[in-house]
Design a protein around this ligand. Structure first.
Ligand SMILES: Nc1ncnc2c1ncn2[C@@H]1O[C@H](COP(=O)(O)OP(=O)(O)O)[C@@H](O)[C@H]1O
Ligand SMILES: [Mg+2]
Length: 276
């Protein structure tokens, strides 16, 4: 039996942005951004401070509109007008501030703003069951009780709650903005393992990060932003830290694009080849 080439079988990427642009008045925050994020993969989004990472994820999440460019979601062109519209199609973002309420417990934080109700009352039992299921499905064993206030949690546990909240809603694309930035070594490791499990469970995960250790530990693909433009998107297996750091700091890599092991334009197929 012959098997078709993988590219014939591969579903369209969960997310594909082409030529994304965004100005804030005279500031050209995004000047031509391409990124591809696939189900089952962690796509790292890297770049120096001010490169446009946060702006890009806010445009994807519907907080700001792109001024120009195309966004395709599961192969269809979409116009994400507001954060609710992003949530409706399965896009969830965990921002750096996490937006958790310290005075509420884990269950209430996970359902914050989207509480389950039974008539006029909150359906506490249903929320608790669902929260416990999601945490168990993510193999989260570090929290003592899901009824404890988040004020009592460690940084890593808070990040875990914020991530679990993002996957409660049949999400397909989860974007994490610097989830390990404030964490120590052990908690970073736990969060990275969680990030990996999200992808292994079939989600497309975009991981914004400054940390090359994190990126090379969990990412399948690395998209580099340089001064608001995509310098390259490369398969992790085909690149090196030195090359990624060079892309971050200079916007290009020394070896010619297309040479083995060097940066490719952001066409990054699942099979590692570039499209013509
Ligand atoms: N709301 C805003 N108004 C004006 N300029 C902004 C705004 N948000 C971001 N910028 C500018 O856009 C550029 C990209 O910023 P940002 O997306 O935060 O980068 P990164 O997350 O990669 O550090 C920076 O020059 C920043 O000052
Ligand atoms: Mg940022």
């Amino acid at each position: 039996m012959t098997t078709p080439a993988q590219s014939d079988l591969a579903p369209p990427p969960t997310l594909e942005v082409r030529g994304g642009r965004k100005n804030f008045g005279a500031v050209h925050a995004l000047r031509g951004v391409d990124i591809v994020a696939r189900a089952g993969e962690v796509t790292a989004l890297v770049g120096d401070n001010g490169a446009g990472k946060s702006t890009l994820i806010k445009c994807i999440a519907g907080i700001f509109p792109f001024d120009a460019g195309e966004v395709r979601y599961e192969g269809e062109t979409v116009h994400i007008s507001d954060p609710g519209a992003a949530n409706d199609i399965g896009i969830e973002v965990v921002y750096q501030d996490l937006a958790l309420c310290d005075n509420l417990d884990i269950v209430h934080n996970m359902f914050l703003g989207r509480e389950l109700r039974k008539g006029f009352r909150l359906d506490e039992a249903a929320m608790e069951t669902r929260a416990a299921e999601v945490l168990a499905s993510l193999s989260v064993r570090t929290v003592r009780s899901i009824r404890q206030h988040v004020a009592s949690l460690s940084g890593g546990q808070r990040q875990t709650v914020a991530i679990a909240r993002a996957v409660l809603w049949n999400s397909k694309l989860v974007i994490l903005d610097e989830p390990t930035a404030a964490l120590g070594v052990a908690q970073t490791e736990q969060v990275l393992q969680l990030v990996r499990r999200l992808a292994d469970a079939g989600l497309a995960v975009v991981l914004v990060s400054h940390n090359m250790n994190d990126v090379f530990e969990v990412a399948d693909s690395i998209s580099v932003l340089y001064l608001g433009q995509t310098a390259a998107q490369v398969r992790t297996a085909d690149t090196s830290r030195a090359e990624v750091i060079e892309l971050i700091t200079s916007g290009s890599a020394v070896a010619p694009v297309g040479a083995p092991g060097t940066a490719q334009p952001a066409t990054d197929n699942a099979n590692g080849s570039t499209t013509a």
